[in-house]
Write a protein that binds this ligand. Sequence first.
Ligand SMILES: NC(=O)c1ccc[n+]([C@@H]2O[C@H](COP(=O)([O-])OP(=O)(O)OC[C@H]3O[C@@H](n4cnc5c(N)ncnc54)[C@H](OP(=O)(O)O)[C@@H]3O)[C@@H](O)[C@H]2O)c1
Length: 316
Amino acid sequence: MFKNSRIFVAGHTGLLGTALLAKLKEKGAAKIITRKHSELDLTDRGHVERFFREEKPEIVFLAAGKTGGIAASSAYPATFFHENAAMQINVIEAAQKYGVRHFVFYGSSCMYPRNSPQPIKEEYLMTGPLDEFSEAYAGAKISGVLACRAYNSQYRTNRFIAVVPNTLYGPNDHFSIENSHVFSALLRRFHEAKVLDKQEVALWGSGNPRREFIFSEDVADASIFLVENAGKLDNTHYNAGTGVDYSIRELAGIIARKIGYGGEIRWDATRPDGVSRKLLDSSRIEQLGWKPSVTIEEGLERTYKWYLENVEGAGR
Ligand SMILES: NC(=O)c1ccc[n+]([C@@H]2O[C@H](COP(=O)([O-])OP(=O)(O)OC[C@H]3O[C@@H](n4cnc5c(N)ncnc54)[C@H](OP(=O)(O)O)[C@@H]3O)[C@@H](O)[C@H]2O)c1
Protein backbone atom coordinates (compact mmCIF):
# COMPACT_ATOMS: atom_id res chain seq x y z
CA MET A 1 0.00 0.00 0.00
CA PHE A 2 2.77 2.46 0.88
CA LYS A 3 5.38 1.50 -1.72
CA ASN A 4 3.84 3.15 -4.74
CA SER A 5 1.47 5.67 -3.17
CA ARG A 6 2.07 9.40 -3.15
CA ILE A 7 2.30 10.11 0.57
CA PHE A 8 2.25 13.63 2.01
CA VAL A 9 3.75 13.90 5.49
CA ALA A 10 2.75 17.37 6.67
CA GLY A 11 5.07 18.59 9.43
CA HIS A 12 7.90 16.25 8.39
CA THR A 13 10.53 18.23 10.34
CA GLY A 14 8.78 17.77 13.70
CA LEU A 15 8.87 15.11 16.40
CA LEU A 16 6.13 12.96 14.89
CA GLY A 17 6.82 13.89 11.27
CA THR A 18 10.44 12.66 11.40
CA ALA A 19 9.27 9.41 13.01
CA LEU A 20 6.68 8.96 10.25
CA LEU A 21 9.35 9.46 7.58
CA ALA A 22 11.51 6.77 9.23
CA LYS A 23 8.66 4.27 9.56
CA LEU A 24 7.32 4.87 6.05
CA LYS A 25 10.79 4.34 4.60
CA GLU A 26 10.97 1.03 6.51
CA LYS A 27 7.73 0.12 4.71
CA GLY A 28 9.41 0.85 1.37
CA ALA A 29 7.57 4.11 0.67
CA ALA A 30 9.30 5.67 -2.33
CA LYS A 31 7.02 8.58 -3.15
CA ILE A 32 6.98 10.68 0.00
CA ILE A 33 6.11 14.32 -0.54
CA THR A 34 7.23 16.95 1.98
CA ARG A 35 7.07 20.72 2.23
CA LYS A 36 8.71 22.86 4.87
CA HIS A 37 6.52 25.30 6.79
CA SER A 38 8.32 28.12 4.94
CA GLU A 39 7.37 26.54 1.57
CA LEU A 40 3.73 25.72 2.36
CA ASP A 41 1.83 27.41 5.18
CA LEU A 42 -1.02 25.02 5.90
CA THR A 43 -3.08 27.78 7.51
CA ASP A 44 -3.33 29.36 4.03
CA ARG A 45 -6.30 27.79 2.30
CA GLY A 46 -5.33 28.89 -1.21
CA HIS A 47 -1.82 27.45 -0.92
CA VAL A 48 -3.13 24.17 0.48
CA GLU A 49 -5.67 23.87 -2.32
CA ARG A 50 -3.05 24.53 -5.00
CA PHE A 51 -0.63 22.04 -3.41
CA PHE A 52 -3.24 19.24 -3.42
CA ARG A 53 -4.32 20.05 -6.96
CA GLU A 54 -0.75 19.93 -8.27
CA GLU A 55 0.75 17.12 -6.14
CA LYS A 56 -2.29 14.83 -5.85
CA PRO A 57 -1.24 13.01 -2.67
CA GLU A 58 -3.01 9.69 -2.08
CA ILE A 59 -2.22 9.24 1.60
CA VAL A 60 -1.86 12.19 4.00
CA PHE A 61 -0.51 12.29 7.57
CA LEU A 62 -1.29 15.67 9.16
CA ALA A 63 1.63 15.74 11.60
CA ALA A 64 1.87 19.52 11.35
CA GLY A 65 0.55 21.53 14.23
CA LYS A 66 1.09 24.48 16.51
CA THR A 67 2.54 22.75 19.56
CA GLY A 68 4.12 23.72 22.85
CA GLY A 69 4.03 23.22 26.59
CA ILE A 70 1.35 24.51 28.92
CA ALA A 71 3.12 27.88 29.36
CA ALA A 72 2.95 28.58 25.61
CA SER A 73 -0.56 27.25 25.05
CA SER A 74 -2.00 29.23 27.96
CA ALA A 75 -0.14 32.44 26.98
CA TYR A 76 -1.23 32.27 23.31
CA PRO A 77 -4.57 30.44 23.28
CA ALA A 78 -5.91 32.29 20.23
CA THR A 79 -2.84 31.41 18.18
CA PHE A 80 -3.00 27.76 19.23
CA PHE A 81 -6.69 27.61 18.37
CA HIS A 82 -6.48 29.47 15.09
CA GLU A 83 -3.41 27.77 13.63
CA ASN A 84 -4.44 24.24 14.51
CA ALA A 85 -8.05 24.72 13.46
CA ALA A 86 -7.08 26.42 10.18
CA MET A 87 -4.53 23.74 9.24
CA GLN A 88 -6.93 20.88 9.80
CA ILE A 89 -9.92 22.53 8.12
CA ASN A 90 -7.84 23.35 5.03
CA VAL A 91 -6.15 19.96 4.75
CA ILE A 92 -9.23 17.84 5.48
CA GLU A 93 -11.31 19.72 2.91
CA ALA A 94 -8.55 19.46 0.30
CA ALA A 95 -8.14 15.75 1.07
CA GLN A 96 -11.83 15.25 0.37
CA LYS A 97 -11.89 17.44 -2.72
CA TYR A 98 -8.85 15.82 -4.32
CA GLY A 99 -9.76 12.23 -3.49
CA VAL A 100 -7.10 11.33 -0.90
CA ARG A 101 -7.44 7.60 -0.11
CA HIS A 102 -6.36 7.80 3.54
CA PHE A 103 -6.07 10.84 5.77
CA VAL A 104 -4.68 10.71 9.33
CA PHE A 105 -5.36 13.43 11.91
CA TYR A 106 -3.79 13.65 15.38
CA GLY A 107 -5.84 14.58 18.43
CA SER A 108 -4.39 14.90 21.91
CA SER A 109 -5.12 13.49 25.36
CA CYS A 110 -5.95 17.02 26.57
CA MET A 111 -9.15 16.78 24.47
CA TYR A 112 -10.64 14.65 27.21
CA PRO A 113 -12.35 16.16 30.25
CA ARG A 114 -9.92 17.07 33.04
CA ASN A 115 -11.70 14.83 35.55
CA SER A 116 -12.03 11.81 33.27
CA PRO A 117 -12.11 8.39 34.95
CA GLN A 118 -8.82 6.57 34.32
CA PRO A 119 -7.79 5.03 32.02
CA ILE A 120 -9.52 7.35 29.55
CA LYS A 121 -11.77 5.67 26.99
CA GLU A 122 -12.56 7.21 23.62
CA GLU A 123 -16.20 7.66 24.58
CA TYR A 124 -15.33 10.11 27.40
CA LEU A 125 -14.86 12.83 24.77
CA MET A 126 -17.10 15.86 25.47
CA THR A 127 -18.49 14.48 28.72
CA GLY A 128 -17.12 17.23 30.97
CA PRO A 129 -15.05 20.43 31.28
CA LEU A 130 -11.54 20.63 29.84
CA ASP A 131 -8.36 21.66 31.60
CA GLU A 132 -8.53 25.49 31.53
CA PHE A 133 -4.84 25.92 30.58
CA SER A 134 -5.08 23.97 27.34
CA GLU A 135 -8.73 24.36 26.38
CA ALA A 136 -8.14 26.41 23.21
CA TYR A 137 -5.68 23.84 21.82
CA ALA A 138 -7.95 21.02 23.00
CA GLY A 139 -10.99 22.68 21.40
CA ALA A 140 -9.24 22.82 18.04
CA LYS A 141 -8.26 19.15 18.39
CA ILE A 142 -11.84 18.14 19.28
CA SER A 143 -13.08 19.90 16.16
CA GLY A 144 -10.52 17.92 14.11
CA VAL A 145 -11.83 14.64 15.48
CA LEU A 146 -15.41 15.72 14.80
CA ALA A 147 -14.41 16.80 11.28
CA CYS A 148 -13.04 13.30 10.53
CA ARG A 149 -16.28 11.81 11.81
CA ALA A 150 -18.40 14.22 9.77
CA TYR A 151 -16.49 13.67 6.50
CA ASN A 152 -16.66 9.88 6.93
CA SER A 153 -20.35 10.11 7.62
CA GLN A 154 -21.38 12.54 4.87
CA TYR A 155 -19.17 10.99 2.17
CA ARG A 156 -19.88 7.42 3.32
CA THR A 157 -16.23 6.53 3.68
CA ASN A 158 -13.66 5.46 6.26
CA ARG A 159 -10.87 7.52 4.74
CA PHE A 160 -10.59 10.00 7.62
CA ILE A 161 -8.74 8.51 10.59
CA ALA A 162 -8.29 10.28 13.93
CA VAL A 163 -5.56 9.03 16.27
CA VAL A 164 -5.26 10.30 19.84
CA PRO A 165 -1.72 9.68 21.05
CA ASN A 166 -0.65 10.40 24.58
CA THR A 167 2.42 12.56 25.25
CA LEU A 168 5.12 11.90 22.67
CA TYR A 169 8.85 12.00 23.18
CA GLY A 170 11.79 11.13 20.95
CA PRO A 171 14.46 12.53 18.62
CA ASN A 172 13.62 15.93 17.09
CA ASP A 173 11.52 16.97 20.08
CA HIS A 174 11.63 20.61 21.21
CA PHE A 175 14.29 21.11 23.86
CA SER A 176 14.18 24.90 24.24
CA ILE A 177 13.26 26.27 27.67
CA GLU A 178 10.12 28.07 26.45
CA ASN A 179 8.78 25.40 24.09
CA SER A 180 9.61 21.99 25.57
CA HIS A 181 7.29 19.39 27.05
CA VAL A 182 8.00 17.68 30.35
CA PHE A 183 10.09 14.78 29.01
CA SER A 184 12.45 16.90 26.90
CA ALA A 185 12.57 19.64 29.56
CA LEU A 186 13.68 17.15 32.24
CA LEU A 187 16.25 15.62 29.92
CA ARG A 188 17.78 19.01 29.18
CA ARG A 189 17.70 20.19 32.81
CA PHE A 190 19.47 17.07 34.11
CA HIS A 191 21.98 17.05 31.27
CA GLU A 192 22.93 20.68 31.90
CA ALA A 193 23.08 20.12 35.67
CA LYS A 194 25.45 17.20 35.13
CA VAL A 195 27.68 19.15 32.75
CA LEU A 196 27.77 22.18 35.07
CA ASP A 197 28.19 19.94 38.14
CA LYS A 198 25.14 21.50 39.86
CA GLN A 199 24.19 20.16 43.29
CA GLU A 200 20.48 20.81 42.89
CA VAL A 201 17.79 20.95 40.21
CA ALA A 202 14.52 22.73 41.09
CA LEU A 203 11.44 21.43 39.29
CA TRP A 204 7.92 22.85 39.04
CA GLY A 205 5.05 21.26 40.95
CA SER A 206 4.75 18.44 43.46
CA GLY A 207 6.04 15.71 41.12
CA ASN A 208 2.83 13.74 41.82
CA PRO A 209 0.85 14.09 38.56
CA ARG A 210 0.95 10.94 36.47
CA ARG A 211 1.54 10.97 32.72
CA GLU A 212 1.80 8.40 29.95
CA PHE A 213 4.65 8.80 27.45
CA ILE A 214 4.87 7.15 24.05
CA PHE A 215 7.89 7.05 21.78
CA SER A 216 7.32 8.99 18.55
CA GLU A 217 8.04 5.97 16.31
CA ASP A 218 5.37 3.98 18.12
CA VAL A 219 2.80 6.67 17.24
CA ALA A 220 4.01 6.60 13.64
CA ASP A 221 3.66 2.82 13.70
CA ALA A 222 0.11 3.06 15.12
CA SER A 223 -0.84 5.55 12.38
CA ILE A 224 0.43 3.28 9.61
CA PHE A 225 -1.31 0.32 11.23
CA LEU A 226 -4.64 2.19 11.23
CA VAL A 227 -4.24 3.09 7.56
CA GLU A 228 -3.49 -0.55 6.74
CA ASN A 229 -6.59 -1.59 8.67
CA ALA A 230 -8.86 1.26 7.55
CA GLY A 231 -11.48 -1.20 6.35
CA LYS A 232 -11.96 -2.49 9.90
CA LEU A 233 -12.28 0.89 11.62
CA ASP A 234 -15.41 2.32 13.18
CA ASN A 235 -16.21 5.96 12.52
CA THR A 236 -14.58 7.16 15.71
CA HIS A 237 -11.16 8.18 17.07
CA TYR A 238 -8.56 5.71 18.34
CA ASN A 239 -6.38 6.23 21.44
CA ALA A 240 -2.73 5.22 21.12
CA GLY A 241 -0.73 4.89 24.30
CA THR A 242 1.48 2.42 26.13
CA GLY A 243 -0.92 1.64 28.97
CA VAL A 244 1.78 2.57 31.51
CA ASP A 245 2.05 5.87 33.32
CA TYR A 246 4.65 7.41 35.63
CA SER A 247 4.50 10.17 38.19
CA ILE A 248 6.65 13.13 37.15
CA ARG A 249 8.81 12.30 40.19
CA GLU A 250 9.35 8.75 38.90
CA LEU A 251 10.10 10.02 35.41
CA ALA A 252 12.61 12.54 36.80
CA GLY A 253 14.34 9.68 38.63
CA ILE A 254 14.51 7.54 35.47
CA ILE A 255 15.93 10.38 33.37
CA ALA A 256 18.38 11.58 36.06
CA ARG A 257 19.75 8.03 36.47
CA LYS A 258 20.14 7.56 32.72
CA ILE A 259 21.99 10.85 32.35
CA GLY A 260 24.11 10.25 35.43
CA TYR A 261 22.96 13.32 37.40
CA GLY A 262 23.55 12.56 41.07
CA GLY A 263 22.51 15.84 42.76
CA GLU A 264 19.33 16.77 44.62
CA ILE A 265 15.91 17.30 43.03
CA ARG A 266 13.84 20.00 44.74
CA TRP A 267 10.11 20.15 44.02
CA ASP A 268 8.47 23.57 44.04
CA ALA A 269 4.94 22.65 45.12
CA THR A 270 3.81 26.31 44.93
CA ARG A 271 3.82 25.89 41.11
CA PRO A 272 0.72 24.42 39.41
CA ASP A 273 0.56 20.68 38.81
CA GLY A 274 -2.05 20.53 36.04
CA VAL A 275 -4.36 17.54 35.63
CA SER A 276 -3.55 14.81 38.17
CA ARG A 277 -3.58 11.88 35.75
CA LYS A 278 -3.89 11.29 31.98
CA LEU A 279 -3.67 7.63 31.10
CA LEU A 280 -5.35 6.49 27.89
CA ASP A 281 -7.27 3.27 27.48
CA SER A 282 -5.84 1.99 24.19
CA SER A 283 -7.68 -1.32 24.18
CA ARG A 284 -9.66 -0.39 21.04
CA ILE A 285 -6.55 -0.23 18.81
CA GLU A 286 -4.99 -3.16 20.67
CA GLN A 287 -8.01 -5.32 19.87
CA LEU A 288 -7.31 -4.67 16.20
CA GLY A 289 -3.80 -6.07 16.73
CA TRP A 290 -1.51 -3.10 17.41
CA LYS A 291 0.71 -2.57 20.43
CA PRO A 292 3.67 -0.28 21.13
CA SER A 293 7.13 -1.81 21.01
CA VAL A 294 9.55 0.73 22.51
CA THR A 295 10.10 0.68 26.28
CA ILE A 296 10.76 3.93 28.10
CA GLU A 297 14.36 2.86 28.73
CA GLU A 298 15.00 2.25 25.02
CA GLY A 299 13.14 5.40 23.97
CA LEU A 300 15.06 7.47 26.50
CA GLU A 301 18.36 5.96 25.34
CA ARG A 302 17.61 6.88 21.72
CA THR A 303 16.32 10.35 22.60
CA TYR A 304 19.35 11.15 24.76
CA LYS A 305 21.72 9.92 22.05
CA TRP A 306 19.99 12.21 19.55
CA TYR A 307 20.12 15.10 22.01
CA LEU A 308 23.87 14.62 22.57
CA GLU A 309 24.60 14.41 18.86
CA ASN A 310 22.40 17.41 18.01
CA VAL A 311 22.76 19.37 21.19
CA GLU A 312 23.80 22.60 19.47
CA GLY A 313 20.88 22.48 17.06
CA ALA A 314 18.43 21.14 19.61
CA GLY A 315 17.67 24.45 21.29
CA ARG A 316 14.79 25.11 18.92
N1 LIG B 1 4.07 16.09 20.94
C1 LIG B 1 3.06 15.51 21.60
O1 LIG B 1 3.18 15.09 22.77
C2 LIG B 1 1.72 15.32 20.91
C3 LIG B 1 0.72 14.59 21.59
C4 LIG B 1 -0.51 14.42 20.96
C5 LIG B 1 -0.73 14.97 19.70
N2 LIG B 1 0.24 15.68 19.07
C6 LIG B 1 -0.06 16.23 17.75
O2 LIG B 1 0.76 15.60 16.78
C7 LIG B 1 1.08 16.54 15.75
C8 LIG B 1 2.60 16.60 15.63
O3 LIG B 1 3.15 17.03 16.88
P1 LIG B 1 4.72 17.19 17.08
O4 LIG B 1 4.98 17.10 18.53
O5 LIG B 1 5.45 16.35 16.12
O6 LIG B 1 4.91 18.73 16.65
P2 LIG B 1 6.25 19.51 16.31
O7 LIG B 1 7.46 18.74 16.68
O8 LIG B 1 6.08 20.87 16.91
O9 LIG B 1 6.21 19.62 14.72
C9 LIG B 1 5.19 20.36 14.11
C10 LIG B 1 5.47 20.43 12.63
O10 LIG B 1 4.44 21.19 12.02
C11 LIG B 1 5.04 22.22 11.22
N3 LIG B 1 4.13 23.36 11.16
C12 LIG B 1 3.70 24.13 12.18
N4 LIG B 1 2.86 25.07 11.72
C13 LIG B 1 2.77 24.88 10.38
C14 LIG B 1 2.06 25.55 9.34
N5 LIG B 1 1.25 26.61 9.59
N6 LIG B 1 2.20 25.10 8.07
C15 LIG B 1 3.00 24.06 7.79
N7 LIG B 1 3.70 23.38 8.72
C16 LIG B 1 3.58 23.80 10.01
C17 LIG B 1 6.34 22.52 11.94
O11 LIG B 1 7.25 23.20 11.12
P3 LIG B 1 8.12 24.40 11.77
O12 LIG B 1 8.83 23.79 12.96
O13 LIG B 1 9.04 24.81 10.68
O14 LIG B 1 7.14 25.45 12.19
C18 LIG B 1 6.79 21.10 12.26
O15 LIG B 1 7.34 20.48 11.13
C19 LIG B 1 0.44 17.86 16.15
O16 LIG B 1 -0.82 17.97 15.55
C20 LIG B 1 0.25 17.71 17.64
O17 LIG B 1 -0.80 18.51 18.10
C21 LIG B 1 1.47 15.85 19.64
